[in-house]
Structures are given as structure tokens and as C-alpha cells.
Design a protein around this ligand. Sequence first.
Ligand code: ADP
Ligand code: MG
Length: 352
Amino acid sequence: ESLINKIAAGEIIHRPASALKELLENCLDAGATSIRVTVKEGGLKLLQIQDNGCGIRKADLPILAERFTTSKISTFSDLSKIATYGFRGEALASMSHVARLSVVTKTKTETCAWKAHYLDGVLVEGKPGQTVDPKPCAGNDGTTIIASAALFPYIQLKRSASDEYARILDVMTKYAIHNPKVAFVCKKVGSNTPDLSTPPNADKPQAIRMLYGNAISKDLLHASFGAKKVQEAEGVEDVEMADAEDTNRPESWSAEARFTNPNYQSKKMVFLLFINHRLVESPRMKRALENVYSGILPKGASPFVYLSLQIDPRDVDVNVHPTKKEVHFLNEESITDQITSRLQRALAAQSQ
Ligand code: ADP
Ligand code: MG
């Protein structure tokens, strides 16, 4: 049982940065306006994340790290969330198979915080001899999660702490840009100076300038756009259902883009893609954008592109495991084409 779970979990949480991504999303889901991350050895030894979000109800703690189960669905299912992300509910479960999790959490209505420990999907004792129930303790509103002890034991064999820390900072940087109202801090255990720190209530250009440097944001172009194509309800039956999904579902999406103008030069392309507020990868989209710039930028220069896409969650491919970063969605080609031609026009207008 345990080995299979560990292997499965290791595919989802394959390094500290992928754990951090899931934890960050939970904090953001919880409405946090402040997220503080502390790591030891690139997160291989310890990964702590503290938020000031809504907290977890004490009654929900016993099943927090269970896999996708009926009880979990009925306890945790929140319709708006299912609509936004599609229900997954397995990040903490997976993490508890590759690390020991400690949770301290307090909702606004609770008079004290509650602490619980998890291993392999279930509540465990904090210290030998203690009961497994959540225990009352002091704490502020919000949640602190610590993944520690023999964290990622087999992952440690293949990873270097400095490389992992760089990835953690990269993930945080990207979420900080996507969520400029939220204050993010990331530091190493024992260090007083954070390696990443953003103020609350910034806007995207400010966040980009802060995190990627003045040169980028001075040159940033901005575009918001989308498509709404509503099909007539009648007539659907008459249509040959060659592409069934396409036929009865309107193509509806929106996008926000921030991208460097033709004069900007950097060594490496920086591409941030969020789909429904999740950081994802789309090699196809990246290539298409590189092509847009390839005729414009001097040889060796690369663009910065931030793209936030909102797509009907039903159109995001659920066959690709939701915690995998690479994503596919309905009308991917057409949406990619529309985005690249929009960027092309904006860039052409600039270089005139
Ligand atoms: P999912 O986010 O897909 O539901 P997770 O395993 O990541 O699955 O989290 C399980 C549940 O635990 C969440 O749905 C949420 O209700 C609760 N939770 C996790 N982290 C936090 C947090 N930082 N603040 C409040 N609730 C949280
Ligand atoms: Mg989650």
C-alpha cells in the first residue's frame, strides 16, 4: 500500500517546488493577503508556508490529507471551486506520502488555533504518547503548513538544494506577479533577509518591475481580449456531429497579456502562463509566441510574456493529470492563433 502511494505521490509532488505550488494555490484559494514561505535546503529538509486566509475548520482536520474520497467531497466540495479549478483534493494527501505534514490553523470563529500532524494520508501523533486528535494551541487566523522531517527522502538523492531553492523562488515570483495584491515573502531558515518580498496591494506592472527589473516593465504592452461565440440552440440537431464537443459548446474565453515591446532585449524568454489562475506550461503556446517575436527581435534577444487565460473549466483537458503542469484545452489551436495574431498586431503598431 504505502510504496504504491509513495510512488504515485512522488509523481505529483516530484520536487519541493511542485509542493510549494500546490500549497500556494491553497493559500490563495483561502483568500490570503499575506503568504510567507520559509525553506531549509531548498525545501528538501523543510518547507513552511504561513497564510492569513480563512483557515480550516477543526471538524475538517481529520480528513484533510485523505485522498479524493466521498467524505472529502461532501466536506470540502465548494461549488465555485469546482467550477474554477475542477475538483482535485489530493495535493495534501500526496504530500503526506512524501513528507510529514504539520498543520496549525484557525478560522475567524474559532477561539484558538488547532494543530495536527499527518503521515501517509492520516492524522498521526505529534509526539509519541500524544493522542492523534487535533490539539488546541496558540495561533493567528489563517493556516501554517510545515512539510518536514524526512521530506522527500528519495527526491533528496537526485536534487541539489540550491537548484531547488531557485525553482521555489521562480514559482513564487510567478504567483506574485499573477496576484499582485497579495504580499509574498520567501526566505531561508535562520535568515533575516528575505530573498523575495512583495508589498500588498501592488498592481501587475509594479510587481513585474519589482521582480523582473525596470527594463521589462518600462517596455510592457498590455492587451485584454477574448471570444464569445454563442451557437444557436436550434440547428444543433441538424448539424453533423463531426466535432461533438465543438458543436454544442460556445467557445468562450478571455485573456490578459503583458508583453515586452520590440525594443526589449533579454537573454532568455520569460513566459508566464496562467490558466484559470493555475500556473501551467504549454510548449505549443510558448513556441507560437516565440515565433511572433522571432521576426521582430534582433538575433539572440528574447521576450517577456505574461499571459492569463480564463477558459471554461469543462474545456480544460481532465485527462492530463490536473497537477501536471502541461495542459491541454479545447480549441487550443484556435485560441493560440487568436492570441498570437493579437500580439502580432500590437507589436506591429509599436514598431511603426
Ligand atoms: P484541493 O485544494 O484540490 O481541494 P488540497 O489537498 O490541496 O486539495 O486541499 C484540501 C483542502 O484543504 C482544500 O480544499 C481546503 O479546503 C483545505 N485547505 C488546504 N490548505 C488550506 C489553507 N492554506 N487554508 C484554508 N484551507 C486549506
Ligand atoms: Mg489544493
